[in-house]
Each structure stands twice: as C-alpha cells, then as structure tokens.
Write a protein that binds this ligand. Structure first.
Ligand SMILES: Nc1ncnc2c1ncn2[C@@H]1O[C@H](COP(=O)(O)OP(=O)(O)OP(=O)(O)O)[C@@H](O)[C@H]1O
Length: 578
C-alpha cells in the first residue's frame, strides 16, 4: 500500500515541523541569531539617518534633540568629529553582524547536514528492518532514487527554507524601520509586497507541479539505467544496447525539457518581480515627495526600501524553489511509511534469543502477494537437527518459497512454523537467522576484496578461519592463484569470477558463519559434478551435526541427502528416507 502524495501546504508544514523537531535547542539558538543579524542590519541602516543629518545639517524633528545630546556626551562638537563617531559605531556594528552571521551559518550548515544525514540513515534503518516480502515488492530504483537524488534535493530544500527564514527576519526588521521613519510609505510598500505574493500563489502551485514532474523524470532515468545495467550482458549480447540508448535518451530529453521549462519560468517570474519592485520604488519616491516627507527621512526611507528588495526577491525565488523541491520530501516520507508499516522484527539478533531444535511445519500455507493461486498449501513436516534433506520438484513447485519460509523471510498465511517448539515469527526471525546460512543460486558478491566478501556482516574474522572455509568449499587454490589472494577485488557482483567460482566463494562465506542450519538453494548448480561432490562431502565432514537443506534438480547433487522432500504444485507430495 502506498500513501497518496500530500498537498503542498501539508507537506511544507510537515517538513518544517520535522526540521524544527530535529533542530531542538540549536534551532532556537539559530533563530535568535537570525533575529540578531536582522536587528544589527536594521540598526546599521538606521545609522543613515544621523549620518545624513550630520552631512546635510538638516536633523529632522524628533531625532534632532536626541542626536545633539548624544554627541555632547561623547564630546563630538563639529561635523568631522560627529561623522567619525558615527562611522566608528557603524564599523563596529558591521563587525558584530559578521560575527553573528558566521555563528548563525555554522549552526545552520550543521543542522542542514545533520538533518539530511539523519533522514537518510532513518530510511536505511527502516529498509533494513522491513519484512522481506515487502522489500521484494519494492522497485530497486525507488530506493536508490530516494537515497540519492531525493536526499540531495532534501538538502537543497532545507538550505532554501533557512534562506527564506533569514530573509523573513531581515524583512521584519526593515519593515519596523520603515514604519518608524514613515508610516505612510511603509503602508504603501507593505501593501505592494502583500499584493505581489498573492499574485504569485498560482506560480507557486505551478512550481510544485514542475518539481513533482522533475522528481518523477529523474526516477524514470535511474530506473531505466538500473534495468539496463542489471541485464547488461544479455542486452549487449542481443544487440539491445541501441534500443536502451534510445529509450534513455528519450527520458533524458524529456527531463532536460522539464528542467529548461522550469528555469525559463523562474527567469520570467524573476523579471516580472524585478520590474514590479522598480516600479513600486519609483511610485514610493513620488508619493514621498508628494506627501511632503522631509528630505533626510525620504532618502533614508528609500534607502531602507531599496535594501528590502533583496530579501523580497530572495523570499519570492527561494519560496518557489523550495516548493518545487517539496515533492522529494513527500516521496521520502511515503517510502519510509510504506516500509515502516512492514517493521516488527526484534533488534535482538543474537542466536541466544531463539534456541534451535527440530524444525516443524504445521499445515503451512503461503501465497505470494498478487499471486492467483497459493504458492504452498498444507505443508506439514519435521526436520531434526543434523538431518541432510534434499528438496526436489518441478520448476515453480514451491521449493524456494519453502526454504524462504524456513529462513523466516516469509511468514506463513496459514499454519505455523516452530523451531524447537517455539513459533517462528517476524519478531524472532532475526535471532533465528543468526543460526542459519543461506546460499542462493546466484550469490551476491560485493565489489570489494574477497576478505571482505567472506567476512561480510561478521566483523573481524582471522585469515586462518577464512582459508579453512575456502578449503572446505574447494576455493582455496583458486584464491591463492589470484593476484592479491584474499585482498583481490572481485569486481561488480563478482563478475571477475566464473559462475561456479562465485558459488564456491559463497559457500565458503556461509561456512565462516559456522551455521547450525545451511540452506543451499541450487547453490552448486554451476559447479561441475565431480567438484560439486567433493565440496558437498567436505561441507558435511567439516561440520558434523549441521542441518543441511539442499534444493537441487541433479540426482548427483542429492547423493549426500538422507531424506528427500518432493514438492508438486505447492504441496508436499513425497517424503522419503534414503
Ligand atoms: N515474488 C513473487 N511474487 C509472486 N509469485 C511468486 C514470487 N516468487 C515466486 N512466485 C511464484 O511462486 C511459485 C513457486 O515459486 P518458487 O520459486 O518457490 O518455485 P521453485 O520450486 O523454487 O522453482 P524453481 O525450481 O524454478 O526455482 C511459482 O509459481 C512462482 O511463480
């Protein structure tokens, strides 16, 4: 199930709330510093009034007396001394403002990086805790896109939001200043700004729609390249590469068009806003002269209004861009809540939390989501510790689904699986898997050294244990012959190795875990019969007492089994001892 995307205002509210909750007290300090920066900027601007008064000798009304008293206190009699005092204060204000801004920016950048990293880590943790059945149903590109492109758009969104806040604080202080200097001009200026923002509401909605389209476009691009790379060999072998290139180009062209349209739109909006601000400025100057505002006040007011155009433009542009990035936040939230619904496993992954023992399937039934017919139906059996059991049956009979349920990857829809009498649930499946090693037909190898591949998820494992496991899996000679032995990097998905070599490395990796139950799901089908026999015999000899579940089609592979379970059409059709 997937949540529907929220509206812009709802998403913005959620985003701001999320950032505020993360920021906590540091956020309050940052807000205080933003306010202080705004006030210092305002006081600096207000200094224009006494400076102009000193320069022109036309101190107006209420400020004149205050100014004269202040200059008398510091003993500044003539114009030069007074100007010196004022410039000194001005320079000190600028320096103080720079310090406040540096402090503010350090906190903001910390918040920005921390928030984004936190959200990324949260998404990864939610993904790791989700049920396999839900992960299987996820498009890989959806996760990759969320963790790469959407997370970086989130970073841009938080930056823009903070810039909007800074601009808002500046505007607030500048507005107070204009109101003090000339309430009439402040009223006209504010009315113009409010009208401007109301006029821009449809533009903001359009920016949101464009942002959503761009986010979807970049997802399609990633999905297309992911699918191509996943089947790269087949694509090239069957001359499908040009078709892929054409498809990818079409998506790229569409995405570029969307980006270009968005940029053109932003340029047009910027042009209209700049012209409107210039017109408003001219109108205000005219109105100021017409209503007879004193020259010093008029010049100071116009200077402050001029300074206001910067934050107004920042507000307008950054708000639009912020809104265009919000769909990415929504995408992240929807993915996270889809995965969070799937949680429920215990964090306790120690084997002690789930004792081993006889595995019992009691009338187990399971249907893959969306499948028309049950995958497994009414499966009842018991497997004692130390048994070596072969699983056979036609393709699609349900063999892999059976071992996936046994490994706690899927939960039965009907019946129950018990381990040593304890029902296996999603909550204790992590602990159960601490006793298991699972090797699939096409084992996944990291583009890392063999050492890291063999000890993946195991922390530090000493080389002697790795070599021992390799010897049992019949891969020690192979690894010794490699240029850097255990330090050899096996390339993407282990593509520097043959299929059978990859399978032997995967079996060695499974043995490093020292499992009580080893599941081999067609895990040796790429190895020649003679080597396969030697490997399986060595595995049995190396860990006597280990339960082995072996899914295979070849009779030679099944020769080590003492018992065969035959699946047919999702039911257990045979259970024979041999
Ligand atoms: N993720 C899935 N979603 C829907 N149906 C699935 C899914 N995985 C498997 N199935 C279906 O479940 C049935 C059993 O599949 P399973 O992989 O368990 O068979 P199998 O016996 O292991 O086959 P094979 O020998 O070909 O590997 C098949 O009909 C398959 O199409």
């Amino acid at each position: 199930m997937t949540d529907a995307p929220r509206g812009t205002i709802a998403t913005a509210r959620l985003f701001v709330g999320d950032v505020a909750a993360y920021a906590g007290r540091r956020g309050a300090v940052a807000l205080a510093l933003m306010a202080a920066g705004g006030v210092l900027e305002g006081v600096g601007l207000a200094m224009l009034v006494p400076m102009l008064a000193v320069l022109t000798g036309q101190a107006s009304g209420r400020f004149a007396g205050v100014l004269d008293d202040a200059f008398a206190i510091v003993g500044a009699g003539d114009m030069t001394a007074r100007l010196g005092v004022l410039l000194g204060i001005f320079a000190a204000l600028i320096a103080l403002r720079a310090v406040v801004m540096a402090w503010r920016d350090a906190i903001l950048s910390d918040l920005q990086l921390g928030f984004v990293e936190g959200r990324r880590a949260q998404l990864v943790a939610t993904l790791a805790a989700a049920r396999w059945i839900d992960i299987v149903g996820l498009r890989h590109a959806r996760v990759t896109h969320a963790l790469s492109s959407e997370v970086s758009r989130l970073s841009a969104a938080i930056h823009l939001m903070l810039q909007v806040l800074i601009a808002a604080f500046l505007l607030a202080v500048q507005t107070v200043l204009v109101v003090l200097l000339s309430p009439a001009m402040a009223a006209i200026g504010l009315a113009s700004v409010v009208i401007g923002f109301v006029v821009l509401v449809p533009a903001t909605r359009r920016a949101s729609r464009m942002g959503l389209a761009m986010s979807r476009g970049s997802f399609r691009m990633l999905d297309s390249s992911g699918q191509f790379l996943g089947g790269l060999k087949m694509a090239i072998a069957q001359n499908m590469a040009p078709a892929f290139a054409a498809e990818s180009n079409a998506i790229g062209v569409r995405l570029t068009e969307q980006l270009r349209a968005y940029q053109r739109y932003q340029t047009r909006i910027g042009l209209v806003s700049s012209s409107a601000i210039a017109l408003i400025g001219a109108a205000l100057a005219f109105a100021g002269v017409a209503i007879g505002i004193p020259t010093v006040t008029l010049i100071a007011t116009l200077a402050v209004l001029g300074r206001m155009s910067g934050p107004v433009r920042t507000l307008q542009q950054n708000l639009q861009q912020f809104v265009s990035l919000l769909p990415s936040y929504d995408t992240l939230c929807v993915l996270e809540s889809d995965l969070a619904r799937s949680r429920g496993g215990s964090d306790d992954s120690s084997a002690a939390a789930m004792p081993g023992g006889t595995v019992t399937f009691d009338r187990v039934g399971f249907t893959h989501p969306g499948a028309a017919a049950p995958t497994l139906h009414d499966v009842s059996l018991a497997i004692a510790p130390g048994e070596i059991v072969g699983i056979v049956g036609a393709s699609g009979a349900g063999k892999t689904s059976f071992v996936d349920i046994l490994a706690g990857l899927f939960e039965p829809d009907e019946g129950q699986v018990r381990i040593g009498g304890i029902p296996l649930t999603h909550a204790n499946s992590t602990a159960w898997r601490a006793r298991i090693a699972y090797v699939a037909q096409d084992p996944y190898l990291l583009n890392e050294s063999l050492r890291r591949n063999l000890s993946w998820g195991m922390g530090e494992v000493d080389d002697a244990a790795l070599w021992q496991a390799l010897a049992v899996a019949g891969a020690d000679a192979l690894v010794r012959s490699m240029p850097d032995a255990l330090d050899t990097v096996v390339a993407e998905r282990g593509s520097r190795l043959s299929g059978g070599e990859r399978q032997r490395i995967a079996i060695a990796r499974a043995l490093v875990r020292a499992p009580e139950l080893l599941i081999l799901d067609e895990a040796t089908n790429a190895i020649d019969v003679a080597t396969e026999r030697a490997v399986l015999d060595a595995v049995v000899a190396a860990r006597p007492g280990m339960t082995i579940i072996l899914v295979a089609h070849r009779a030679e592979t099944l020769a080590i089994c003492r018992r065969l379970l035959t699946f047919a059409g999702g039911t257990l059709a045979g259970d024979t001892r041999c």
